[in-house]
Design a protein around this ligand. Sequence first.
Ligand code: BTN
Length: 257
Amino acid sequence: MRPNFTNSPFPIIMLEETDSTNRYLTDLCNTSQPAPAEFTTIATRFQTSGKGQRGNSWESEAGSNLLFSTVLYPHFLAVQRQFVLSQMVSLAVKEELDTYTDEISIKWPNDIYWKGKKISGILIENVLQGISIGQCIIGIGININQVVFHSPAPNPVSLKQITGCDYHPLEILQGFLQRLNTYYQHLQTATDEHFQMCIADRYQKALFRREGFHAYADAHGTFMARLADIEPDGRLVLEDEQGCLRKYLFKEVQYVL
Ligand code: BTN
């Protein structure tokens, strides 16, 4: 497919179809000299092999939703601080969707939910360079205008199902990129630790199941717990009904919905 360039402050390449925008952008970064500018964004109407987390696929009806990937080179960010990128991206998606509807939250670590349903998924692929992040490909799918979902993915929802209205996916893309750019500028210029604390605080306030006891499942079975903390490296800390703290990395615990 030949790329189309849209009129935007960010370099956006629009493709009619591709296998995966993450894969396309990774290839572009590996083969371009000089490397694509930061915030170079690949968006498409349809993916034949969209990638999800945990090796899952990401299904999306042709032309209905927002499917894109963008690239950053946060060389200034130490590997152990990479979770801040995930927090910023999740907040930028949540805050953009907040302008269209209430009750958007972030399900740890970076799913975007409306009530108990998933409206957006995020797949971040980092390339490490020594002790810092050399390249960060941020892939995002947001369900916008699709009203029937066929994939086995549990509990999907779209903006149209929530509000009854149709939207222009590219307008939502612009809004997201502006929000992420603002966060990213701050990350580079503000006192690192102070800014990261502000982000962590905002992220915690935006979390799904922020209050009360809910069901979770780990390798030992199902249990009730409340969300106690998110550690700077992204670990989820749950407090069970006996008052014990249980700490989890991504994939070590499931939310029982
Ligand atoms: C998840 O499983 O929740 C993450 C889904 C991420 C899907 C997006 S769609 C655009 C980008 N390209 C991909 O292949 N995946 C991401």
